[in-house]
Design a protein around this ligand. Structure first.
Ligand SMILES: Cc1ncc(COP(=O)(O)O)c(C=O)c1O
Length: 397
């Protein structure tokens, strides 16, 4: 059956980072390189979102936006309905994105020279946001066992025991490895946070993108007794509106909220983009049917990609992601380093994935593939990946 997600939309020359920004990021590459990097989708946004934006554009006056209570109620209602999380609409701040919000939280709650933990392989800006704010980056890598990743709780507890460590950046679900953290895992982190007074910044931007058999658990719902958390959420990944630069920061604790709001004001990040506001309200209110259909399509794409690798390139390691539309591919059996793998993919295959070393040294030899695209593009991309390694046949045990 033809699905609306099958429609191939030309995104070239639309100021798209994914499609038009490849040469800037990768240098000289063939003009017809297919982008399968950057975490945005090649699908139209939900019709209710497009309709609401169209109506707002038609109005023609784009003055400063207010922060309507109905918006925060829509965010809270979504958290309740989709994630079973009771959020007080009064505890929500707007932000121009999850990364800006994390930057504000770092500046509000830690001092220069204090330490912030991240768990690589992880979304590359996590490294920069700590270092650019002159805090000390502490890396507690995830543990990988046969392609399945877990948090290293022993090392986390030890690292958080250092008085200079003030904060952990949790990626939940985790980009790029696709883990959806379980209650047990989150409870262990809550215990460590409580015992060591460490603030957990829970980046839940991928929360709504969780696959059958898994459930996203908001960190806040496990952290009941401790108030040492800030959660960042956004409709951007879920509804394919990241270019509208809109996210929400949820903080229940009064002291943390007061500290964060100073940073929020100091960076003048209190203004809301009017299109982001309109899109978020429409998405959270009328976007869930689309989200479910999109997730079913993405799951099919994941299935197709996994089957492809099993049959055509069985030496490439992978684990089915529990969440996100990203597949973390292990090319280490090729014997090539990340840069060589990337060069082959770009120059021989004419396909751009995210090189694993961008996610930390634990990503060396890996690539991240984005499957949120029409099946036709995915098939083309997979063929291109195969052609990049046509002359290599590593042994498979
Ligand atoms: C884990 C994670 N956090 C944050 C972001 C970016 O968020 P924003 O564009 O809202 O700053 C991304 C985008 O891929 C992401 O994967």
């Amino acid at each position: 059956m033809v699905s609306s997600f099958d429609k191939v939309i030309n995104r070239r020359n639309t100021d798209s980072l994914k499609w038009d920004g490849m040469k800037e990021r990768f240098g000289s590459i063939p003009d017809d390189t297919l982008p399968m990097w950057v975490a945005d989708m090649d699908f139209l946004s939900p019709e209710p979102v497009i309709k609401a934006l169209r109506e707002r554009v038609e109005h023609g006056v784009f003055g400063y936006a207010s922060d309507p209570l109905s918006l925060f109620e829509a965010v809270a209602e979504w958290m309740k309905r989709v994630h079973g999380w009771n959020v007080d609409p009064g505890s929500i701040f707007t932000a121009p994105g999850v990364m800006p919000a994390i930057g504000m939280a770092i500046r509000a709650l830690t001092r220069p020279g204090e330490k912030v933990i991240i768990m690589p392989p992880v979304y590359p800006p996590f490294f920069r946001i700590v270092e650019d704010n002159e805090r000390v980056l502490v890396q507690v890598p995830l543990i990988e066992e046969k392609g399945y990743y877990s948090m290293d709780f022993e090392e986390l507890e030890r690292a958080c025991g250092d008085k200079a460590v003030k904060m952990v950046l949790l990626c939940s679900p985790h980009n790029p490895v696709g883990r959806v953290w379980t209650e047990r895992e989150l409870d262990k982190l809550v215990k460590i946070s409580q015992k060591t007074d460490t603030i957990i910044i829970s980046d839940e931007i991928h929360a709504d993108l969780v696959h059958s058999g898994n459930r996203h658990i908001p960190y806040a719902t496990r952290a009941k007794e401790t108030s040492l958390w800030i959660t960042c959420v956004s409709p951007s990944k879920t509804f394919n509106i990241p270019g509208l630069n809109t996210s929400y920061t949820i903080i229940a604790d009064d002291a943390l909220r007061i500290a964060y709001s100073k940073s929020h004001r100091a960076t003048a990040a209190t203004h809301h983009n009017v299109f982001g506001l309109v899109a978020a309200k429409a998405a959270y209110t009328n976007g869930d049917t689309w989200r479910r259909e999109m997730l079913a399509y993405v799951e099919q794409n994941l299935e197709q990609a996994i089957t492809f690798f099993q049959i055509s390139m069985p030496w490439v390691g992978l684990t089915r992601p529990e969440g996100t539309y990203l597949l973390w591919l292990d090319f280490r059996k090729s014997g090539l380093d990340s840069e060589k793998i990337t060069e082959r993919l770009l120059q021989k295959g004419r396909v751009a994935l995210d090189p694993g070393h961008w996610f930390g040294k634990e990503g060396e030899g890996f690539q991240r593939l984005n499957v949120a695209c029409p099946a036709e593009l995915l098939e083309d991309g997979l063929r291109r990946i195969r052609s990049a390694f046509a002359d290599i046949r590593p042994e498979v045990e």
